[in-house]
Every structure is written in C-alpha cells, then in structure tokens.
Ligand binder design. Structure first.
Ligand code: NZQ
Ligand code: ZN
Length: 389
C-alpha cells in the first residue's frame, strides 16, 4: 500500500514580470514592515534590488535590510536578521536570491519565535514552533527551497552544516520569474542543475515503495535537466531553458515525487561536510560525490534500480545485463556532470585534500539514516571520499 501525506502550502507566481505585477499586494497581505534579505550583491548588479525597492516604497511598505548572506549561509546572518526583526517589529520576510538567501530568511523567521540561540533550531536541538511569514523571489534554479519546508545552515565555529525541516518553513508565496536567472553564471547554472538532478536521484535510489507514476515523473525531471542545462549554458537568456530548470527545481524536492518512499538521503549528508569544512559549492560537491556513491553502492539486490535509471534516463540498451547497464549509466552521469556541465570531477582539482576525510566521514555517518538506500558506516564513507580525491 502507498500511504503518505502531501501538502504544498506555498503560492507560486510563475513567469516573466510576476514580481512587478504581484509582489506588493502579496506582501501586504502579511504586513507592511518588511525585512528584505539578499546575498552578496548580484541583485544590485542586475537591477532587481532597485526594482523591488521602488515597488515596495510606492506601496507604502517600510523596509529593513539583511544583506551579505553568503552561499552556504551562516548562522551568524540568521542571528543578525532575528535581531533586526525584534528591534523593529518586522512583520514579513522577503528573500531575494538563491537557496542560501531563502534558507537564511526561513531560519530568521523561525528564530524570531524562539527565545534561545537560533543554532538550536538549525541543529534540531529545539523544535520550530512558528515563523514570520516569508515571501521569496527566486534568482537561481537549484535547491527547491522556494517551495519546500527545509533550510540548510552552516556554523563556522563547529564546522557543521545541517538542515532543519518544519511545516512552518514553507514560504507563504514564491515568485518564479525565469528571466531573473538569465544572469546566473555558467558555474552556478551547472552546480544548480547538478543539485536539481541529485534531489531526484536521491529519491529515485531509495529503499521505499516505488510508485510507477512517480518513477516516470522522476525520470522526466532528470531528462529535463539533462536537456535544458546545456541549453542554458550555451544561451543564458533562453527562456524555455531557464523556465524548465526553475520549475524542475521546485518539483524535485517539494515532496511530490517522494510519495511513500523513505525520506533518507545519502549523497547530501556526504556533500554537506564538504561545504562545512571547505565552503564548497553544494552542487559541485554533489557532482563529485554522486557517481562514486552510485558505484560503491551497486550490488546484486539493487542492480534493477540502476537498470531502470540507465535504460529510462540515459537510453542504454535494455538487452544488456543490469550490471553492464549500471556501469554505463554511471559513466553517462559522469559525462553529463563533467563534460556537458563542465564541473570539476574530483577533490584534488577543487582544492580538497585527504586531511579531513576521517572527521568528515564520522559526521556524515551520524547524519546518514540506517534506512538509506545502502546503509553506510564511517569506513564506507571514508572510502567514497577517497574515491573522490
Ligand atoms: O550572493 P549573491 O550576490 O546573490 O550571488 C549568488 C551566489 O554567489 C549567485 N546568484 C544567485 N542568483 C543570481 C546569482 N548571480 C547572478 N545572477 C543571479 N540571478 O549565486 C551564488 C550561489 O547562490 P546560492 O544561493 O548559494 O546558491 P543555491 O541556490 O545553489 O543555494 C545553495 C544553498 O542551499 C542549500 C545548499 O546546501 C547551500 O547552502 N540547500 C538547500 C536546500 C533546501 N533548502 O531545501 C536543499 C539543497 O539540497 C541544499 O542543501
Ligand atoms: Zn541539494
């Protein structure tokens, strides 16, 4: 039997110009004192910042700012945001940026209602019991944070990167204008595409029950990324490509494709240590780890899954032996990540040595669920890291 809960409480406004036409009225449903959260300045370069500020001012909204939110957002930014909200009676959060900005804003909203330190909520020491309403304007297709209930935050003091999930973390509304992603660099487009692909792959390679319909949807999303990421790299202002990547970003991780599958991912906890220790770009880390993880986990009891992946996603000859299909599928995935997307293929070229492998493997092993596709111990993860060098 397939049994599961699914709810997508985020309103989505999709298409060119949606921010101009609907942002002000949407925000004003929740209040008129806004904390605008953004990153290192890309939105100033593209003109989006000026555009949004004038829309808000024209509509009588008072704005405070939390700027400089870093990729792999730090808990220090979250604490700063909570302070501004409390001092000024902020009523609504506006996140303008990629996953890092949205995640940081999510935890500002949750931390506002928590007396203790925000890290308690990020690290699940304390339970999230409420949040300020959040509206997001997405500028990078990657994490799916725009329509999901998760935030991933880093702590430099402890070299930790952790994800918190709560129904309170769904944005109230998200604005998805594909033209806002035209300015995303080739590297971030590639890393974001690898991230979307990985969110689906982590669900596809899963111990839980398989629903035919959802398996086909997942294969469709992976094929969409493979089809449109190269188009966006070649022609950054291609609306069709940016729109497909942007919509794929959300559907890869908003809970829909998960159905009754076990919510236990593997490559993400393994990658998060790379971001925590080396500030590595999330999607790049996943592109390096994923093929090694697939190769390490292949065995007689799960080869059928690799077979479906190889045949249905990469069009490999179904007459071949499942192990041969699996091996060709992993090679095809490497070809996609490293040759088509142009991402680096190993740790050494990305400035990562073997000095932290044992420490990282220990943390990843603790974060990995015993219900993972293939349960992994510290030594297994160490070997996967070594294979990435
Ligand atoms: O900071 P700014 O100046 O805005 O520049 C950003 C940043 O340098 C730039 N960028 C964003 N939109 C742009 C743009 N540059 C030009 N034009 C635009 N339109 O891109 C860089 C990366 O931004 P970031 O937000 O860090 O990227 P991404 O969206 O990939 O987010 C990554 C973070 O999300 C977490 C990752 O671990 C990482 O911390 N994740 C969040 C998840 C979630 N909430 O569910 C799940 C994911 O698996 C992931 O773990
Ligand atoms: Zn991810």
């Amino acid at each position: 039997m397939f049994s599961f809960d699914f709810s997508l409480p985020t309103e989505v406004y999709f298409g060119k110009g949606v921010t101009e036409s609907k942002l002000a009225e949407t925000i004003k449903r929740y209040g008129s004192k806004v904390l605008s959260c953004y990153g290192g300045g890309s939105i100033k370069k593209t003109g989006l910042y000026d555009n949004i500020m004038s829309i808000l001012k024209e509509n009588g909204v008072t704005v405070w700012e939390l700027s400089g939110i870093a990729p792999n957002p730090r808990v220090s930014s979250v604490r700063k945001g909570i302070d501004i909200c409390r001092k000024n009676g902020v009523e609504v959060l506006l996140a303008v940026g990629g996953g890092s900005v949205i995640d940081c804003a999510k935890m500002v909203g949750a931390g506002y209602y928590y007396e203790g330190d925000a890290w308690d909520l990020c690290s699940k020491k304390a339970v999230i019991k409420g949040s300020l309403p959040l509206v997001s304007v997405l500028t990078l297709a990657a994490t799916g944070s725009e329509t999901n209930p998760t935030a991933v935050i880093s702590n430099d003091e402890t070299s930790d990167k952790v994800g918190a999930t709560s129904k309170f973390l769904f944005p109230k509304a998200s604005f998805l204008d594909p033209t806002l992603t035209y300015s995303v660099s080739a590297f971030q487009t590639a890393a974001g595409s690898a991230d979307i692909f990985s969110h689906v792959l982590e669900t596809y390679f899963n111990k839980g029950e398989d629903m035919f319909m959802l398996d086909r949807v997942m294969e469709g999303i992976m094929k969409t990324v493979m089809h449109y990421a190269p188009v966006a790299l070649k022609d950054p202002s291609n609306y069709e490509a940016r729109a497909n990547l942007m919509w794929a970003s959300g559907w890869a991780i908003n809970g829909f494709i998960q159905g009754s599958k076990v919510k236990a991912w593997s490559c993400h906890p393994i990658e998060h240590q790379l971001s925590a220790y080396y500030d590595m770009t999330h999607g790049l880390g996943l592109a390096i780890v994923t093929p090694r993880w697939l190769r390490y986990c292949l065995n007689a009891s799960n080869a059928e899954r690799y077979y479906s992946f190889g045949v249905n996603v990469f069009g490999i000859d179904p007459a071949l032996d499942p192990f041969e299909v699996a091996s060709r599928a992993i090679k095809a995935l490497e070809e996609f990540f490293y040759s088509v997307l142009g991402l680096k293929s190993n740790f050494t070229d990305s400035g990562i040595g073997d000095e932290k492998i044992s420490e990282m493997a220990e943390k990843a092993a603790k974060a990995l669920s015993p219900n993972a596709f293939v349960p992994l111990k510290k030594e297994d993860i160490e070997q996967i890291y070594i294979n990435c060098l």
